[in-house]
Design a protein around this ligand. Structure first.
Ligand code: NSP
Length: 239
């Protein structure tokens, strides 16, 4: 797997680049969050990392379902093939970073799974799902911060100070900083830009709002893991 020094996508113009600039403070807050810093210096706690893995597995499962909504809205077979390939990526490849985090603590992946949703994970999933009942453009705009925040942060971190080999989370950073992830992100951005070009002002405004909300949720997801967030009264079962 090749590592990207710094992605060219950050320099692009168009709707996505405009949203990225508008949400720059959120990206910086994401990067500076203590949970992510803990993955960078190898000090993240067992409890917070395992809480993250359990919630994130469910989050990525919901993401696959959102791709299913995208498939249903696909205007042609080319779009369908793109969703198919990305479902495969999520099912086959993106479990790797979860395995890395579990191995760091000698925990079996199956044992890290949870059958309850934390408030923030549930809210983020709900936001993506609701976007999936709007247009394809709104759905894609809501999904874009997921790859963008992680891949951007990993490329930045690895360019600045590659995770030391004795950092138990090094494989997590290497996964998101690799060339395949960068290509996926570039395609994602190009598709969102093309959809925004076709959209009228009202739809473009909903796309922008969906993108921004997802950036907020990305930061909140770190906080959820860091604080091992739970419902105050009773665990909420999976729905
Ligand atoms: C919540 C969340 N956001 C983004 C990613 C990276 N695809 C993730 N695994 N989980």
């Amino acid at each position: 797997m090749g590592v990207v020094a710094m992605s060219s996508v950050s320099a692009s113009s168009g709707f996505s680049a405009e949203q990225r600039r508008r949400c720059d403070e959120l990206f910086e807050t994401f990067y500076a969050h203590p949970f992510l810093r803990g993955l960078a210096d190898g000090t993240a706690s067992r409890e917070s990392v395992l809480h993250y893995v359990g919630q994130d597995n469910q989050y990525l499962t919901a993401f696959i379902r959102c791709y299913g909504l995208g498939l249903a809205k696909s205007p042609d077979r080319q779009w369908m093939a793109w969703f198919r390939d990305n479902v495969t990526f999520l099912l086959a490849d993106e479990t790797h970073p979860h395995h890395v985090l579990c191995q760091a603590f000698g925990v079996d992946y199956a044992d890290a799974q949870l059958d309850t949703m934390a408030p923030t994970a549930q809210a983020y999933i709900n936001h993506m799902m609701v976007s999936g009942y709007d247009s394809l453009g709104v759905l894609m705009a809501a999904l874009l911060p997921c790859p963008w925040t992680y891949i951007w942060a990993a490329q930045r971190q690895q360019a600045k100070a590659p995770a030391a080999q004795d950092n138990p989370f090094a494989g997590w950073w290497e996964f998101y900083a690799n060339v395949e992830c960068d290509e996926l992100l570039a395609q994602f951005i190009a598709r969102v830009d093309a959809l925004a070009e076709q959209a009228g002002p009202a739809e473009r405004a909903r796309m922008a709002a969906a993108f921004e909300a997802s950036c907020e949720y990305e930061v909140a997801f770190w906080e959820m893991a860091f604080t091992q967030q739970r419902w105050q009264h009773k665990e909420l079962a999976l729905n």
